[in-house]
Ligand binder design. Structure first.
Ligand SMILES: Cc1cc2nc3c(=O)[nH]c(=O)nc-3n(C[C@H](O)[C@H](O)[C@H](O)COP(=O)(O)O)c2cc1C
Length: 344
């Protein structure tokens, strides 16, 4: 109530990316995480869930892109998320696309972004990850979402994924392979069988090698896919994912479609939030129907209420992730969802 009536109107008066950067700064230290922890503390064993080799204290996660440099993990833990996916990180630092590149669509509960993988690069990211893991409780899972640099040719893309995978292996709880952001030219072509098989095969090879070095266990790998794929493309993705023995699919990234918005002139980029929900839901249902228990699903797209979460879990998803809903509903959203889940 307080957030929607007072805080949100104030924040929405300013440029979205400036507010984003301010929020990350607030959450990355100082007193904010402590205050959030006090306000939003709520756990229940009823919410515990397993996916792959990992045990999650609850199934509500922060989606990738919010914390690109892994610098505010204490904040997401304090807000009550069960897990957070940091990144997308690329081997080398990148500025991303020209500003402005992030736009709110308040009348539709959506956001359009064309950030283009602005991030600090794998070296600094790994430092942040290592430091933050030392200060986080063991039951808070941190995923690392990896992508390719803008300048890397598609044929060499697998090398970029291997680089960040190796760099972050020791401290990541799981990896998300991002081949679906619409703001890096050509990236989504990596969802094609030939590229995808090369990427997943080489990562699983490395996974086994590194497992021996660190003598812990191989890491769970999830593939993050676009919502704008044909059924034939989805069939290929499912097949390649199962063949390479990855843990699951994150469905979905943002959409390039504007079909769920009224006709109009919209900014270019990836659309998230409510207008994405029906599109991502059909992908989630399709993947679950055709992959069954062979692939776990992390469902993402348009979640802003408990009912949205329940719907996605009813489709068979193991976990969910939220980005845009947090901006529209505020930090109390996670606790509200968890309280309802525990009561039902
Ligand atoms: C501003 C913004 C930046 C994003 N950046 C990334 C990113 O770097 N990597 C990624 O895999 N997804 C990124 N996403 C996509 C989200 O992780 C998520 O898949 C998508 O927004 C759908 O969820 P939502 O409707 O809850 O926002 C971004 C989304 C937004 C709104």
């Amino acid at each position: 109530m307080l957030y929607k009536k007072i805080i949100r109107p104030l924040l929405f008066d300013y440029d979205p990316e400036k507010i984003h950067n301010f929020t990350i700064k607030m959450l990355s230290g100082g007193i904010a995480p402590g205050i959030l922890r006090m306000m939003f503390k709520f756990e229940s064993e009823k919410l515990n869930v397993k996916a792959g080799k990992l045990s999650f204290r609850n199934p509500i996660g922060l989606a990738a892109g919010m914390d690109k440099n892994c610098s505010a993990m204490q904040g997401w833990d304090a807000m009550g998320f069960g897990f957070a996916e940091a990144g997308t990180v690329t081997p080398l630092p990148q500025e991303g696309n020209e500003k402005p590149r992030m736009f709110r669509l308040p009348e539709f509960g959506g956001i359009i972004n064309r950030l283009g993988f602005n991030n600090c690069g794998a070296d600094e990211f790994e430092e942040n990850l290592k430091q933050t893991k030392e200060n986080l409780p063991n039951d808070f899972i941190v995923g690392v979402n990896i992508g390719k640099n803008k300048r890397t040719e598609l044929d060499d893309a697998y090398q970029d994924y291997k680089f960040s995978f190796e760099k972050c292996f020791e401290h990541a709880d799981y990896f998300a392979i991002n081949v679906s952001s619409p703001n890096t030219e050509g990236l989504r072509q990596l969802q094609q069988k030939k590229f995808l098989d090369e990427i997943l095969r080489s990562l699983q090879g490395l996974n086994k090698e590194l497992d021996e070095t660190y003598s812990d266990s191989t890491k769970d790998i999830f593939l993050k896919i676009a919502p704008d794929l044909t059924e034939a493309e989805l069939d290929d993705i499912i097949q390649v994912s199962v063949d390479n023995n990855i843990t699951g699919i994150i469905a979905t990234n943002t959409t390039i479609s504007r079909a769920t918005l009224p006709e109009g002139n919209y900014e270019s980029g990836g659309l998230s939030g409510k207008p994405l929900e029906p599109i991502s839901n059909s992908v989630i249902k399709y993947v679950k129907k055709h992959a069954g228990d062979k692939l776990a699903v992390i469902a993402c797209g348009g979640i802003s209420t408990y009912d949205d979460v329940k719907e996605k879990l009813d489709f068979g998803a193991s976990l969910v992730q939220i980005y845009t809903g947090l901006i529209y509903e505020g930090p109390g959203l996670v606790k509200r969802i968890k309280q309802k889940m525990a009561a039902n």
